[in-house]
Design a protein around this ligand. Structure first.
Ligand SMILES: [Zn+2]
Length: 91
């Protein structure tokens, strides 16, 4: 990411950056104009989450109490579980 120099308006390059907080990043910039060479820092932070990923629903379904996780699943068990889940989805 590039930012304009506050002194001369030319593009400044990122020198280094570090996180102040999990959602706040401080970046050190140096102006690429050799006559200016201004060095400054900027803070970048998460402003708003537009849409959260639905990881908990898609990737990690709720563990079923009647089906132990460590139990080996045969094709027959998988089929019955799928039918049961399908029936459960429709009230
Ligand atoms: Zn500058």
């Amino acid at each position: 990411m590039a930012l304009k120099c506050p002194e001369c308006g030319q593009v400044a390059y990122t020198r280094t950056s570090s996180y102040e907080a999990p959602s706040v990043k401080r970046t050190w910039y140096q102006c690429r104009n050799l006559d200016c060479s201004c060095t400054f820092t900027a803070l970048e932070s998460v402003e708003k989450i537009i849409m959260k990923p639905h990881k908990s629903v898609a990737a990690e379904p709720e563990p079923r109490s009647d089906v132990p996780v460590l139990q080996p699943q045969t094709l027959g068990r998988y089929g019955s579980a799928y039918t049961h889940k399908d029936r459960h989805a429709q009230p």
